[in-house]
Design a binder for this molecule. Sequence first.
Ligand SMILES: C[S@@+](CC[C@H](N)C(=O)[O-])C[C@H]1O[C@@H](n2cnc3c(N)ncnc32)[C@H](O)[C@@H]1O
Length: 416
Amino acid sequence: MDSHPALCAAISDVYDALRDRIIASPQQRITFAEYMDLALYHPEHGYYSSNAVKIGFRGGDFFTSSNLGADFGELLAIQFFQMWEILGRSHPFSLVEMGAGQGILASHILKYLQLHHPDFFAALKYIIVEKSPTLRQEQQQRLQEFPVSWCNLEEIPSNSITGCFFSNELVDALPVHQFTLEAGELREIYVTIEADNKDQRLLSSPASPAPPASPTSLPSFIEVSGEPSTPQLAKYFELVGIDLSPNVYADGYRSEINLAALDWLSIVADRLQRGYVLTIDYGYPASRYYNPRRSQGTLQCYYHHRHHDNPYINIGQQDITAHVDFTALERWGEQCGLNQVGFTQQGLFLMMLGLGDRLADISHQTQPISQLLRRREALHQLIDPTGLGSFGVLVQSKGLEVQEASQPLKGLTVPE
Ligand SMILES: C[S@@+](CC[C@H](N)C(=O)[O-])C[C@H]1O[C@@H](n2cnc3c(N)ncnc32)[C@H](O)[C@@H]1O
């Protein structure tokens, strides 16, 4: 455990913000979603708002496909180019990247399009939606040479975008509610610092051990269960077709529900007039996500490339994520007017966009062997079926003419 004074002070700032929020709440408890939101996105002290966030291959807490070189962004750019052609080379064509991290993916996409498709580049409006002020600054630095604009999703007018909304590893970073089953009933997991409310039951089963003390020896946060904070939690299972019957699910089963993802998708669907929504992330269909054997959910924390499942340590210094329920995105999307275009895995998606040819070309290149080996390793990582290659790629559309909708997207083509 780190004990550097500056680090302890930073953890203590987030801790204070969380404790104040809990004390100010009517029942001195907050939902896990509120806890996660503050720990990650508190405007000054949250993981993504402070300088704590470290994304990168070396020395980071985690890395994404964009940290493995330009190939990922370039292959996505090839897909966007085809979307532009399908939409009749619309001018402008907006690419709205949501949750752009360090801006590395944007720089790869923009460089590639500028060089290889100047006509598309000229028609392009590249917009970034980024919640973290720190990362937004880093993006602005990195992308100075490109015509990029930044805004909040809510600021985009309704039905105004022709183009594609896309994200890589955004949805897993949205705050999730946690729930547990007690005597067949759905109960929500709240976070508090004391457990004196009669409606609350302290969760101290072996399934959810008491969190370890924080490094500054502040009192620990405690989990308690209570009535769901919103009827949306129960309705979610109707949406995704999961019956939480006690015959199937054991007492103490626990998992997450990403209501923020539904809110996010509603806004995206409303802002899109004509085009696509492309979502890349790790996750499962609901039947796998809520498999009764996955009895402790998918919540994971990332700290210095190590992962564990305790969100109550390293507060504000570690990433907290949960897998994405793609069934929820598909079904909620349909309710919001989005049509399902296709769902595939990142490995297949990138292969159909030409990753295999890139691998084959490496042997004809003249760079130093160490560089070529590194690139080959990176390409393999992007399609690794036990890693990034197993990520889900969901494409939805809105407002396409019949003839446009009938054109298969390159990345979704089924291999012969
Ligand atoms: C795990 S990082 C992914 C970064 C990047 N897409 C990549 O491929 O490296 C999640 C990103 O989403 C941003 N984010 C989280 N919630 C957001 C929201 N509601 N709106 C916009 N950005 C958000 C975070 O600040 C961060 O930039």
